[in-house]
Design a protein around this ligand. Structure first.
Ligand code: ATP
Ligand code: MG
Length: 448
């Protein structure tokens, strides 16, 4: 028993030799403190005053080091969630498997997590090595070792302005190298989502995945299938909204990370007919991300799945089904297929449906119905969507522009536009009184 424990200890020691941390001063790393959220600074200050270690960590430090303004800030600390919470006015402990504290300042949330230890030998895993539980608190050094990439294991102390680096992440960032911490194959087996992350950061940072980190990916790609669908959805959403969506999808394909794993990607990358539409959708998304605008997941997924929905809709319509029921059935088919691997939350899929189902209503401008249509919550998104259909020659561009003008117009102007339409379309707008039907005489002779 003692020998086994000793063996395990020695093995761990060999596996994780104590790393000397590199500590970089401000004149070396040159992080501009003005780009750091003052709330993240506050969280670190309060924790340090209470006697704990506290750093800004992860993506924020990586981005600060290359001069990008981070989108969100995470803090890592030696304090446990129970020690963190009472130090702030608005803080709540969240997560069951992975307990951390959300410290809330108005609309900004600083995610504050306790240093964690990497998985021990003997931690519960599935048959392929995927870790099922890893919520053991650890030291600062251990916290760095359990992170995925060297460039994501950097810590910035906003008070002393020192960057702490255990895995030469600053050098890798500088050399544009994506390197997994530890043995890459083991780390991918522990959490296959790391393969998607390696690809995403390589594209986003225009970096290379270093050979040992790259090598196991094609072989292990199929392990993504074992990851809970909600996590795959989150990671895919990050990938699609990193500002380089199409390049990321191509890189996933090159690494064998798409086929069969995510039906969405099969559909997106292997259907030449729909490709133009998808490219437009992804370009639009990239542009929004790069100009700091938000991207709604429902719009994005509605666009990515549209070529499939559209194809099936047309097929059903040509087979004689009515337009609207055919569209609803097509949408159900596609969403059900996706649902098996990609957990699209119900809230998102119902917005996607609204965007899709408004499309046939743009085909005919029926004045008395237009105003109600403009009042629908997803009207603006549906009109934006229509522009992409027009740009890929699926819809008349003049008509699409009319809807865009209407969406952009203030209410009084909308009324004018609808009235103007009424004048040019008297037959649609004037309610025709139905003439009472005369019964045909039973024995009217036919005219011929
Ligand atoms: P961004 O938010 O810009 O997409 P990020 O690196 O901050 O990038 P997050 O998903 O916010 O990514 O994760 C925060 C940090 O948590 C990462 O920088 C990394 O240190 C760690 N991390 C995230 N996912 C994993 C993972 N699957 N395995 C190990 N560490 C991870
Ligand atoms: Mg982040």
């Amino acid at each position: 028993m003692i020998t086994r424990t000793l063996k395990g200890f020695v093995k761990r020691l060999i596996k994780q030799p104590a790393k000397p941390s590199i500590r970089l001063a401000r004149d070396v790393h040159q992080i501009d403190r003005r780009l750091v959220s003052r709330h993240a600074i506050k969280v670190c200050e309060v924790l340090q005053k209470a006697g704990y270690e506290a750093y800004v960590v992860g993506g924020a430090v990586r981005d600060l080091l290359i001069g990008i303004e981070p989108t969100d800030f995470d803090v890592a600390t030696s304090a446990t969630p129970e020690q963190v919470r009472p130090l702030f006015r608005r803080a709540r402990i969240i997560g069951r498997r992975f307990r951390l504290v959300h410290v809330v300042f108005g609309s900004e949330v600083i995610e504050t997590s306790t240093f964690r230890a990497p998985a021990e030998d003997g931690s519960p895993t599935d048959d392929h090595g995927r870790i099922l539980r890893d919520n053991v608190f650890g030291t600062h050094e251990q916290d760095a070792a359990r992170r995925d990439l060297t460039i994501n294991a950097l810590y910035y102390d906003p008070i002393t302005e020192i960057v702490v680096d255990f895995h030469q992440g600053v050098k890798d960032l500088h050399d544009r190298q994506i390197r997994m911490i530890g043995d890459p194959e083991t780390r991918y087996r522990e959490d296959p989502v790391r393969m998607l992350r390696a690809v995403r950061f390589a594209v986003k940072l225009r970096a290379d995945i270093e050979p040992a980190t790259q090598a196991p990916i094609p072989k292990l790609a199929a392990l993504i299938e074992n990851v809970p669908a909600a996590r795959v959805f989150d990671e895919m959403y990050k990938l699609l909204t990193c500002g380089h969506a199409m390049d990321c999808l191509k890189a996933l394909r090159e690494n064998g990370l798409h086929s069969g794993l995510l039906p969405l990607l099969d559909v997106v990358l292997e259907d030449p007919e729909g490709l133009h539409f998808i490219e437009l959708a992804l370009e639009r998304t990239d542009k929004r991300v790069r100009t700091g605008k938000s991207v709604s997941p429902s719009f994005l997924y509605a666009a990515l799945l549209w070529p499939q929905v559209n194809k099936r809709w047309q097929r059903r319509f040509q087979a004689g089904e009515h337009s609207i029921p055919a569209l609803i059935a097509a949408a159900d088919d596609v969403l059900n297929e996706q649902g098996e691997t990609l957990a699209i939350q119900r809230r998102i899929s119902s917005d996607m449906r609204e965007i899709w189902f408004m499309q046939p209503r743009f085909e005919r401008r029926i004045p008395k119905r237009i105003f109600a249509l403009t009042e629908q919550p997803r009207f603006r998104a549906a009109v934006d969507f229509l522009q992409m259909r027009a740009a890929s020659d699926e819809f008349d561009s003049v008509l699409a522009q009319w809807w865009m003008d209407l969406a952009d117009a203030p209410i009084s102007m909308r009324k004018e536009m609808i009235d103007a339409l009424r004048d040019t379309q008297p037959s649609h707008s004037i309610k025709r009184r139905r003439r009472p039907r005369r019964r045909k005489p039973a024995a009217t002779p036919t005219s011929d």
